[in-house]
Design a protein around this ligand. Structure first.
Ligand SMILES: [Zn+2]
Length: 150
């Protein structure tokens, strides 16, 4: 069990959740934690963790934002729900996570670009940004493609 003390989130939560349950030392920094938050009731409606490929016995991982968007679409209450994504560092510090190119496309398709946020030094910031990072899997793919050519 890990007894690391995780940073508190800059959120008003009526149903606090112990995120230690989602934190693992081996996959911190790369695992992305997501919550769907009801901003009227100030409660977490759903949460989960997206681990990178390899931690899931070779299954392709579904990105945190995709899981969260799927939850919102199933429950279809667009006005009240917001999505937060972030990571924890080795010391339990909160680190921002920005949507990758694929998730940005999905967020645009379903009109969620202004509903996904991340935490950066106690601030809440948009997670959909102008110049989205490539996903880890895609980076690995590019590296392999590059290596095959040389
Ligand atoms: Zn993504």
């Amino acid at each position: 069990m890990n007894n690391i003390i995780l940073d508190e989130l800059p959120l008003d939560l009526k149903n606090p959740f112990n995120f230690n349950k989602l934190y693992t030392r081996e996959s911190c920094n790369v695992s992305v934690i997501w919550i769907v938050y009801d901003k009227n009731k100030k409660i977490i409606l759903s949460k989960g963790v997206s681990r990178p490929c390899g931690f899931n016995h070779g299954k392709t991982s579904i990105h945190a934002e995709q899981q969260a968007i799927n939850y919102c679409r199933r429950n279809n209450n667009k006005t009240k729900y917001v999505i937060y994504i972030w990571r924890y560092g080795k010391t339990g510090n909160v680190k921002p996570m920005y949507c990758c190119t694929q998730c940005t496309k999905m967020a645009k398709k379903y009109n969620y670009t202004n509903k996904i946020f991340t935490f950066n030094q106690d601030n809440i910031c948009p997670a959909v940004i102008d110049d989205p990072p490539l996903s880890l899997a895609y980076k690995t793919y590019l590296n392999k493609t590059y290596l095959n050519k040389i």
